[in-house]
Design a binder for this molecule. Sequence first.
Ligand code: FAD
Length: 464
Amino acid sequence: TDIDWRAFAAALAPVQVIDEPVLVKKRSRDFFWYSPILNADLKRCFGDLVARPKNADEMRHVLAVAYAFDAPVVLRGGGTGNYGQAVPMEGGLIIETTAMNKVLEIGEGYVRAQAGALMADINAALIARGYEMAMFPSTQDIATIGGFVAGGSAGIGSIANGALRDPGNLMSIKVQSVEEIPTEHVFEGAETLHIHHAWGLNGVITEITLRTVPTQDWVGCLATFETYENAYAAGLALAQAEDVRCKLLTTVDARICAYFPRLKGYIRPDKHLLVSLVPKDDIAGFETCIRAAGGHCDLTLSEADRIAAKLPHVFDFSYNHTTLQVLKADRSATYQQIGCPIPPDPTAIARLRPKLGDDVWMHHEFARVGGQIVTFDLPIIWFSTAQRLAQINATYEANGFAVYDAHTWQVEGGGLKNADYRHLAWKKRMDPKGLLNSAKSAVWKTVKHLPADEIEALAAEAQS
Ligand code: FAD
């Protein structure tokens, strides 16, 4: 960009600015390096300057300056996204939200927090009051609530409480526009979906109100099985069981478990693993279910025992932390995101396994989405070429599985398979100059000249 960044930084005062090139470069990256394809595309994309506002007034000032200078803007929380969501592809300003980190209010069944609050801090504040977040990602120690709502979708808790987008989970989102004088908009209930998972390209989140649930005495459980099919069948039985209210159900291929040195001696070697979090009162039911599925309960660990034994959380072996455990040992691994046929069918999983090849090792997450039990496969893939990856995707699709590509930096390419014009209509209203993370939307280029209402009409058309 041909912006005078010294003048820009001066105009930002009194907001904290980071201009040390090494630090700006560090804040230009997220966890895109999980994908060799994204890594090649994004590793040389850097921002020019970082602003770190500490409240909504400072954020308004930063956005007004960005508007005045026509500066491209990317929001950043903890930078743990996996698709380069927070990478400034056009250079420009990075706004880091981590100084806006207050938990503002805890009430019956809800929490209100500033966008940059860390989810571990929100959970700690809630647990002290008998509640917890309905779901959170395994990155809760470094990830922000704003980043989760703008870039994430589900997590630990989703098998009990649904995905973020399910009714009731996102209660309210407060957003600022990027205009000469930024304005504040509040999206409530179903309207929060206009902003959720839009990768920060249609407004700047300053505050979020989320549903909370009563906390439990959670026990981390690790069970092992002779076959992957049995582990998956046990996961399904537990997801369906009314007397065992798990908040995490993860199945992991035995070959992946070999990359879990921290669990050596705690789980049987060379077996397929089921990872779970179970309320203390439901443990007997859990064990009965495991035995009925032909499994063995290797470890049940209360939070106090876990801390005493210096063991990691069991969720460090779930969701994208499973992938991370393998990547720690070998950077040639990558992964994919696969939606399995609904309802989940252990025999379909067993039939698919031999068709995939030795370079694809399954790992499933169980969740409830729209009230239905669903599973996602986040397999470890030993990456060779883009062609081989395409072939693996094709094998999944030919067998009735959906690929939500984890190797694209375009918002329409992964989770949002078809262009979501509702997001873009709001982008037109909230960000008329198209400064917010615009490079991440392939469709924006084709609709940005239209008025917001026409973009919305296209959305309705696309849906019908
Ligand atoms: P960032 O990466 O900083 O940002 C994410 C996106 O949100 C970016 O597009 C950014 O521009 C935008 N954004 C950030 N703040 C704002 C704001 N205030 N206003 C507008 N836009 C904003 N995701 C899941 O959904 N579930 C999981 O279980 C999960 N597990 C993970 C495990 C690992 C090991 C890793 C590396 C990632 C995982 N993720 C998961 C992805 C990611 O961690 C989560 O989405 C996380 O919550 C992102 O939060 P963050 O603060 O790091 O966001």
